[in-house]
Design a protein. Structure first.
Ligand code: G3P
Length: 218
């Protein structure tokens, strides 16, 4: 499973990239706004930190301007994946950009039917938002299960399931059990993944016993 970081905070991305756990980055207009920086500048810097796909989202809503924005964003760096919303114009743009060899991440997916359309439009990634479904008492993980099942029936579909809107480690674990290809994780959730109190207490006990030996390895 590939881990993407869901943020436009460059300091967070640099810190997590040093762990070797980062396979890419996803941003969206809200995350860019939160960064307080110009999109071209911050996306260029993020693309210089990680060689993996870096999602940069268009903000136009009609096909022609959306395609123009996507071509501009793709021109920022070779590893830009253009993010388009799951709308008719978004799917038209996805098809056009995909045919030009551009990676496309189709976002704001909330149904299996939408995910099938995105795959037919040549999406590189489909981003179903599990957390926002959970937020309205709908089972987000059920959507992941349905998408993975549908895609598995058609081996010619190359779209990767990129689980988004992840709220906690269980979303990640359940997505991995279902066979999703990618998870995009807020920095805080990535850090939660490795924490376990028994690891901490076990390490403390090992080191306490080691200190009693009076020896050192080097
Ligand atoms: O960036 C796409 C998605 O991960 C955002 O999810 O619900 O945390 O805004 P959310």
């Amino acid at each position: 499973m590939k881990f993407f970081v869901d943020t436009a905070d460059v300091a967070e991305i640099r810190s997590l990239a040093e762990t070797g756990l980062v396979d890419g980055v996803t941003t969206n207009p809200s995350l860019i706004a939160k960064s307080g920086r110009k999109i071209a500048e911050v996306i260029a810097e993020i693309c210089s930190i990680t060689p993996g796909p870096v999602s940069a989202e268009v903000t136009a809503t009609e096909f022609e301007p959306m395609l123009a924005e996507g071509r501009y964003l793709r021109g920022i760096a070779a590893n830009v994946a253009v993010k388009v919303p799951l709308t008719e114009a978004g799917l038209r743009t996805c098809r056009a950009l995909s045919d030009e060899g551009t990676q496309v991440n189709v976002t704001l997916c909330f149904s299996a039917a939408q995910a099938l359309l995105a795959a037919k439009a040549g999406a590189t990634f489909i981003s179903p938002f599990v957390g926002r479904l959970d937020d309205i008492a709908t089972d987000g993980m059920r959507l992941i299960a349905d998408i993975v099942q549908i895609y598995r029936n058609y081996p010619n579909l190359k779209t990767e399931v990129l689980v988004a809107s992840i709220r906690h480690p269980i979303h990640l674990v359940e997505s991995a059990k279902l066979g999703a290809h990618v998870a995009t994780l807020p920095p805080a959730v990535i850090r939660q993944l490795l924490k376990h109190p028994l690891t901490d207490s076990g390490l403390a006990a090992f080191l306490a016993d080691w200190r009693k030996t009076g020896q050192s390895i080097l």
